[in-house]
Every structure is written in structure tokens, then in C-alpha cells.
Design a protein around this ligand. Structure first.
Ligand code: CP
Ligand code: NVA
Length: 314
């Protein structure tokens, strides 16, 4: 039977991993791992009977959409998929009005959108928990599932070296925040002009000072990959940056996880990617399908991690 620390979590938004302590993140990982093993054993866990999660999407999604919708169902509740094209947000209804209306009808809101401010505004006006399913700035549900995956494969998180190769984007930002909170050595290798913003580095450095971890940004990917326990990458052009993709292909040439990169990493390093992947760009097909890749386990863990978030905050 799962022990949920509901008193600490109930009613809280899940917008950034920085809003949680290392202990709280560990609790979420523990709950996710327990939910995973119960699911595999066929033990039902209807922790949210009759509850409804509204899921607002202004961007595409496979993993986030399916995992939240299936996850709330497995917890005994219902998910409502709301494309911004179909609801009044798409016609200009303010987010603060949408937020107050949904607060009167459902029990939680998950939003995937462009502007991080929109996520913050939604949370500010809502009386129910808001979960950030990705903004241009952060992707915290992804990184919770990633930390869970690292815990599963490495038996620990603290002290491990995580090297992220590529764009200093939403995923890199959340890895910096989450990894530094948990005492990891996070190294980001990005070309100049595409590195994480100083505001994120400041948060990560503060976290690292408290946790005993470290956070740094470098330009050379091969040096960054040296002895890494985890090698992570993401697409060179994120959603909304499609028209920059040619320029980005040039800027990121060399920022690819390939066999050469794996040779300098720890021999038992695991390879992670939030997906969707562009094989032949940020990762080779060979590495993605190779024995060190855990990308599909990582994707599966979105389901278990999101169930843990919902079970705790809703
Ligand atoms: N990794 C991730 O968030 O995938 P989706 O865009 O498919 O949700
Ligand atoms: N950085 C990517 C992540 C997709 C899950 C994007 O924002 O498109």
C-alpha cells in the first residue's frame, strides 16, 4: 500500500522542480516507483476516484498527453483533452478567466504551452493544482521521470555526473534545476548563443551549493562527456523553432550523441533522450537502439511519474 505524504503536497502546483525540496522530489520518485510496481503486479490503485484533470494543449504531444490521460484513468479519475484550437483560449478568452472557470469544474489542470508566464498566470488565478506539462522555459514532468529512471538504473541519483549535449532549452533548464537539487554533477555542453540563460545557472548553482552537487556549462561536447554516468540530449529545434532548423543544424553540428561520445563516457553510462528524437541529428540511430539506451523506459516512466504527481497534489 502506498504511503502518500498528502499533507505536504495537496493543492500544490507543479510548475518547476525548484518549488520542491530534495526530500519532496525523492518522495515523488518513491511514489512513482511504487505505482509502477503495483501496475506491473496488476494491483489497482484508485487514489483519485471521481477526480477530473483538464489538459490544455497549445502544442503537440504524444508522451505527455497519453501518460496524463491514461494515468488519471488508472487512478480512478477522468482526463479531459482540451486543444487550444477548440476551447475559447484560442479565440482570445483570457487565461485568468479560463483558470477560474476550470477551477469550478475540475480538480486539476495540466497545461502545455509556449509562454511560461501563461502557466504562472493560470496557476495564480486557479484554486486547484496546475501542472506544467512543458513551456518554452521548463519541462519539469519530464525531468521527474528522468530522475526516477536514473534512480532505477543506477540505484541512486546523488553524486552522479549527468552530461547534456545540445540546445540549452526547456529540458536542459529543468535538468539543471532538478539535477542540482538532487546533488548531481550537471554539465551542459552547448554552442555559444544556445546556452542556458544566466537566471537558470544562478538557480542551479545555488541548489548545487546546498546539495553538494555542481552545475556548469561548457562548449566542448567531448570534454563534457568524459566519465559521464548519464548522457542526455534533446532536439536541436524545439516546438515553435521550426523555421530556425537550418541555422540550428549548422550551429549544433558536432553536438551529437554517437559512438565516439560514448567511448569517453563511463563504460556503464546510460543514454537518455526526452523524445521525440531526430535520428542522425542530436543522436545516431546506432546509439538510440544500442544497449546503453534507456529512452523507451524513460518514456514509459512519464506515466508512472505523472501518476505520482497527480496522486500527491490533486
Ligand atoms: N518528451 C515529451 O514531452 O514528449 P511529448 O512531446 O510527446 O509529450
Ligand atoms: N525541447 C523540446 C522538448 C519536447 C518534449 C520542445 O520543446 O519541443
Amino acid at each position: 500500500m502506498i504511503q502518500l505524504d498528502k499533507e505536504k503536497f495537496r493543492g500544490k502546483d507543479f510548475i518547476s522542480l525548484n518549488d520542491f525540496s530534495a526530500d519532496e522530489i525523492n518522495h515523488m520518485i518513491d511514489v512513482a516507483l511504487t505505482l509502477k510496481s503495483e501496475k506491473k503486479a496488476g494491483i489497482p490503485h484508485p487514489l483519485l476516484p471521481g477526480k477530473t484533470l483538464a489538459m490544455i494543449f497549445t502544442k503537440s504531444s504524444t508522451r505527455t498527453r497519453v501518460s496524463f490521460e491514461v494515468g488519471i484513468y488508472q487512478l480512478g479519475g477522468t482526463g479531459l483533452f482540451l486543444s487550444s484550437r477548440d476551447i475559447q483560449i484560442g479565440r482570445g478568452e483570457p487565461i485568468q478567466d479560463t483558470s477560474r472557470v476550470l477551477s469550478r469544474m475540475v480538480d486539476g489542470i495540466m497545461i502545455r504551452t509556449f509562454s511560461h508566464q501563461e502557466v504562472l498566470d493560470l496557476a495564480r488565478y486557479s484554486s486547484i493544482p496546475v501542472i506544467n506539462g512543458l513551456s518554452d522555459y521548463l519541462h519539469p514532468t519530464q525531468v521527474l521521470a528522468d530522475l526516477m529512471t536514473i534512480q532505477e538504473y543506477k540505484g541512486k541519483v546523488k553524486g552522479l555526473k549527468l552530461t547534456y549535449i545540445g540546445d540549452g532549452n526547456n529540458v536542459a533548464n529543468s535538468l539543471l534545476i532538478g539535477g542540482s537539487k538532487m546533488g548531481m554533477q550537471v554539465v551542459i555542453a552547448s554552442p555559444s548563443g544556445y546556452q542556458p540563460v544566466p537566471e537558470i545557472m544562478k538557480i542551479a548553482e545555488q541548489n548545487a551549493a546546498e546539495s553538494g552537487g555542481s552545475a556548469k556549462v561548457v562548449e566542448d561536447p567531448l570534454t563534457a562527456a568524459q566519465d559521464a554516468d548519464i548522457i542526455y540530449t534533446d532536439v536541436w529545434a524545439s516546438m515553435g523553432q521550426e523555421e530556425e532548423s537550418q541555422i540550428r543544424k549548422k550551429a549544433f553540428a558536432g553536438y551529437q550523441i554517437n559512438a565516439e561520445m560514448l567511448r569517453v563516457a563511463h563504460p556503464e553510462a546510460i543514454v537518455m533522450h526526452c523524445l521525440p528524437a531526430h535520428r542522425g541529428e542530436e543522436i545516431t540511430d546506432e546509439v538510440m537502439e544500442g544497449p546503453q539506451s534507456v529512452v523507451f523506459e524513460e518514456a514509459e516512466n512519464r506515466l508512472h511519474a505523472h501518476k505520482a504527481i497527480m496522486a500527491l497534489v490533486m
